[in-house]
Design a protein around this ligand. Structure first.
Ligand SMILES: *Cc1c(COP(=O)(O)O)cnc(C)c1O
Length: 454
């Protein structure tokens, strides 16, 4: 493995000024809702000024004021190799020089699809440009293939911002859902069933009642979007089996976990061992290497229903974009078993260190992980579903987050997100995180409500 070089400077230097970021944030808010192009970036959950990044190298971000941070967000997952990996940059530059988009097939697309098929149980794959597009298309295809309309999902799992899945559960477990956001018509979510994660009885009940109408069940292969909440042993196998019994498709969303938690994602971690296999899978994030690329694929007989072979329509002007496929292919080819060993090693140092610091400060917490992806819930019980995740102390997390940020560590600006490490997180980057932890844990302790210890 050749990690991208870490940036210069020292993360132990306290953040001096965020004046330039604050100015840019004001400018941005005048022209873009919330000043951001995706809501979580606005720091609403933690308060304060989002850092406008000027450049990134390896494990490090440099903001518009020249402050440096160890990055534990990694663009929310894609940056498996770290930022500006020289070979990925070279691949993108070479592709750009050959033209940025043609609207015709290219060899790069075939090579990327072959690489993914090689690592996963997918037999046919189509490229799109975002994870949202991938899940939206997979659900359309599942409905077209089965001739059924109902979709089952789990509370706390995020599959992108498509209307049908922006649903919150109704009062009863197997009632159909109401939209989780204004702007989504009730008719878009009334065919969506939302169930509690890791709850076999709820799945059994939903299929017993509505099984003949269910086109598919979609789940994060290992949820990371409510913080990391691993599937209980055998849960994915149970889901796959339940879908098969009722003639529904099992859609495993690996947009976050794919090529992140192992060379072949969560399926490679426990699917092969537990004997489950999705009918359809979705990918994104890592497979684009930091450029917009995503994909959905699966059983050949199901994918055969997709236009132009079959009647289910799906298309995209920039699908299989040559820059994105070049970045994705370079990233996947560089993601060797040694890279995954390195990620595991870094996570194995950080997880217990976070836990020790919080314990020393008297802050109740649980650290949960799937592969090298982990998150820290400031709550005293293991989290197995969204209701459990919701018990995390968000005020204490905000204090912890800002104390880390002030000490040069960029964590996700929300208590309900995974922390991502990269192949470029070397000893110096890890040490910078370790150095920041004790004071951040004290800040979290100070932010807890006084009655919390009674
Ligand atoms: C990020 C994510 C998506 C959405 O991908 P976008 O590229 O943001 O549209 C879908 N599913 C999962 C599991 C994700 O983590």
């Amino acid at each position: 493995m050749t990690p991208a070089p870490s940036g210069p400077g020292s993360a132990t230097r306290p953040t001096t000024s965020v004046r330039r970021s604050a100015e840019l944030f004001d400018r941005a808010r005048a022209v873009t809702p919330g000043g951001v192009n995706s809501p979580v970036r606005a720091f609403n959950a933690v308060g304060g000024t989002p850092r406008f990044v000027a450049s990134a190298q390896g494990a490090w971000l440099t903001d518009a004021d020249g402050n440096e941070y160890v990055d534990l967000v990694g663009s929310w997952g894609p940056m498996l190799l770290g930022h500006a990996h020289p070979e990925v940059v070279a691949a993108v530059q070479a592709a750009a020089a050959r033209g940025t988009s043609y609207g015709t097939p290219t060899e790069g697309e075939v090579a990327l699809v072959e690489e993914i098929i090689d690592r996963t149980p997918v037999e046919r794959l189509r490229l799109v440009s975002s994870g949202t597009e991938a899940t939206m298309s997979a659900i359309r295809l599942a409905r077209g293939f089965t001739g059924r309309d109902v979709v089952v999902k789990f509370a706390g799992c995020y599959h992108g911002h498509l209307d049908a899945l922006l649903a919150s559960a109704g009062s009863g477990l197997t009632t159909f859902s109401i939209p989780g956001t204004p702007g989504v018509p009730a008719s878009s979510t009334e065919l969506t069933l939302v169930l509690p994660y890791n709850d076999r009885a709820a799945v059994e009940a939903a299929f017993a009642e509505h099984g003949d109408r269910i086109a598919c069940l979609i789940t994060e292969a290992a949820p990371g979007n409510m913080g990391v909440v691993p599937p209980e042993p055998g849960f994915n196998a149970f889901l796959a089996d339940t879908c098969r019994r009722y003639g529904a498709l099992f859609v495993s969303d690996e947009v976050m976990t794919g090529f992140r938690v192992s060379r072949s994602g969560q399926w490679g971690t426990d699917g092969a061992a537990e004997g489950w296999r999705p009918d359809l899978m979705t990918f994104g994030k890592v497979m684009g290497g930091g450029l917009p690329a995503a994909a959905f694929g699966g059983r050949a007989d199901v994918m055969h229903h997709l236009a132009p072979e079959g009647p289910v329509y799906q298309a995209g002007t920039l699908s299989g974009n040559p820059l994105a496929t070049a970045a994705g292919l370079a990233t996947l080819r560089l993601a060797t078993p040694e890279v995954y060993d390195h990620l595991a090693g870094v996570a194995d140092v950080l997880r217990p260190a976070v836990s020790e610091a919080l314990t020393a400060a008297g802050v109740p917490h649980v650290v949960q992980s799937t592969g090298s992806m982990f998150s820290v819930f400031l709550t005293d019980e293991p989290v197995r579903d969204f209701a459990g995740a919701s018990r995390t102390d968000v005020a204490a997390y905000a204090a912890f987050f800002h104390a880390m940020l002030d000490r040069g560590v960029h964590l996700p600006p929300s208590a309900f997100e995974a922390w991502f490490v990269s192949a470029a997180h070397d000893d110096r980057a890890v040490q910078a995180v370790l150095d920041a932890l004790p004071a951040a844990a004290q800040a979290a302790a100070a932010a807890r409500p006084a009655e919390a210890d009674q």
